[in-house]
Design a protein around this ligand. Structure first.
Ligand code: GLN
Length: 471
């Protein structure tokens, strides 16, 4: 069994026992990538020399000492490229600094490793919007890995690396984790600093781990969580030990099944898997309660107003002056802006900027943007009421298993609608995790466990109980 195919916790045990070195792990990761990533195409780049040099200096006494962690290419790592899988930044931007999440990984002893593919600027749910390459789903070749953290999920699922960081604005950690059969955790808004994550929707974005096991997810969250003066939306609340209590099981827990999430649009196989997981947890002593999240039907529309509005503002910094591409065709200041943006951005990013600019424009602000904010409050209240009755909520992650590459080409609405189960957690600021269930015809399926704000311990413990069913 290759080292790169093992969990962080297993590698950690072997490292501390002195059976392997950090260099062995990094070397194996490099070899796995050169042997198989030509086909999977999860990594956009990596820097073997730096990683091996960092492995030599690894401090094994730290919680993640000597362990390489893949990094989505919208999270800044000092001296490495950060392209956001966009032509705008490709080959034209190297990070002068580490994101806080990366600083924290290093402080825990980990080695940030490589740059992982994504939908351009994290806009999408298939990684097909990457301007640089198409990533394959290692568990279902020919199918999408999901997105936007498709490179992160595929790298872990394809046994190229043990764990990776992704970002989740509307499902981009949980959905690719589900499609690739790995564990993906979106922390509560504010739990992990966003400093150094290239902003998409600032009120929605969170960095989180994609891992092979629930325990690894907790290990990484231990390192990532905490307040940060450089992100005023990060929370200074105490960081518990997320690995503690993982094995406590679900006996006595109240788990909700929201009736609005089990409607006609969902694949019968996916539905059956989720219902079976609920029944299995019930058999272990959890109480399963039907709940209602009445504003679910407005979530997609609300998200696709708020996220593009924030994106249109965040992406205005890419103007040809300061970052990345500057058009060589431009001959005055206005055409620098226009031509650089026209050439640099792909069509989905342009669509979001146009949508966002429209909903923020003076004639439409009240009709769209401010109304969406009001509905967002209703969605948040739905969850607050639900979490008075239950400890966590069980749902599908996506209505279907991974579609074939190209299946939804030219149909952005189809992608948007498939985000129905994941985006509410971002709108409400809650945490959520995707944990693998039994595949359908070889294609992975995930169970989503949603928790209240800062309820990470509860969802990790529930996810561990689900994971233990299969092992
Ligand atoms: N699929 C959603 C979108 O396209 C979510 C993306 C994300 O979470 N970054 O906006």
């Amino acid at each position: 069994m290759s080292l790169a195919s093992q969990s962080l916790s297993s590698l950690r045990r072997q490292l501390t026992a002195g059976n392997i070195t950090s260099r062995d792990i990094v070397q194996d990761t490099i070899e796995q990538i050169s042997a198989r990533d030509g086909e999977i195409k999860a990594f956009l780049s990596h820097d073997p020399e730096t990683a091996l040099a960092e492995a030599e200096k690894a401090d094994l006494s730290l919680p993640l000492g000597g362990l390489p962690i893949g990094i989505k290419d919208n999270i800044n790592v000092r001296n490495h490229p950060c392209s956001c899988a966009s032509k705008f930044l490709e080959g034209a931007y190297h990070s002068p600094y580490d994101a806080t999440a990366v600083i924290k990984l290093r402080a825990a002893g980990a080695i940030p490793f490589g740059r992982l593919n994504l939908d351009e600027f994290a806009m999408g749910s298939s990684t097909e919007n990457s301007a640089l390459q198409i990533t394959q789903n290692p568990k279902a070749p020919g199918h999408i890995p999901g997105g936007s953290s498709g490179g992160s999920a595929a790298a872990v699922a394809g046994d190229l690396i043990s764990a990776a960081l992704g970002s989740d604005t509307g499902g981009s950690i949980r959905q690719p984790a589900s499609h690739c059969g790995v564990v993906g955790l979106k922390p509560s808004y504010g739990r992990v600093s966003r400093y150094g994550l290239v902003a998409f929707g600032s009120s929605l974005d969170q960095i989180g781990p994609l891992t092979r096991t629930v325990e690894d997810s907790a290990l990484l969250l231990n390192a990532l969580a905490g307040g940060d003066l450089r992100d005023s939306t990060s929370l200074d609340d105490d960081v518990p030990d997320y690995t503690e209590g993982l094995e406590n099981g679900v006996a006595g827990m109240k788990l909700g099944l929201p009736k609005e999430y089990f409607t006609d649009g969902i694949d019968a196989g996916v539905r059956a898997r989720v219902e079976k997981a609920a029944a299995d947890l019930e058999a272990q002593g959890a109480e399963i309660i039907e709940i209602s999240l009445p504003h679910t039907e407005y979530a997609v529309a609300t998200y696709y107003i708020i996220a593009p509005a924030e994106a249109s503002s965040n992406l205005s910094r890419f103007d040809g002056i300061r970052y990345g591409n500057r058009s060589s065709e431009a001959d005055d200041i206005l055409s620098v802006y226009q031509k650089s943006r026209e050439e640099g951005f792909g069509s989905e990013v342009k669509r979001r900027i146009i949508l966002g600019t429209y909903v923020l424009s003076s004639g439409y602000y009240d009709a769209y943007y401010s109304r969406a904010l009001k509905v967002r409050t209703l969605i948040r209240r739905d969850f607050e009421e639900a979490f008075e009755k239950v400890d966590a909520i069980l749902t599908p992650v996506t209505p279907e298993t991974a579609p074939k590459i190209g299946a939804a080409a030219g149909d952005p609405l189809k992608h948007y609608l498939a985000d129905i189960f994941t985006i509410s957690a971002n709108l409400a600021g809650n945490c959520g995790i995707s944990v693998p269930l039994e595949p359908i015809d070889g294609k992975p399926v995930g169970l989503q466990i949603l928790g209240p704000h800062l309820g990470e311990k509860t969802i990790l413990r529930t996810a561990r109980a689900v994971e233990a069913l299969g092992s």
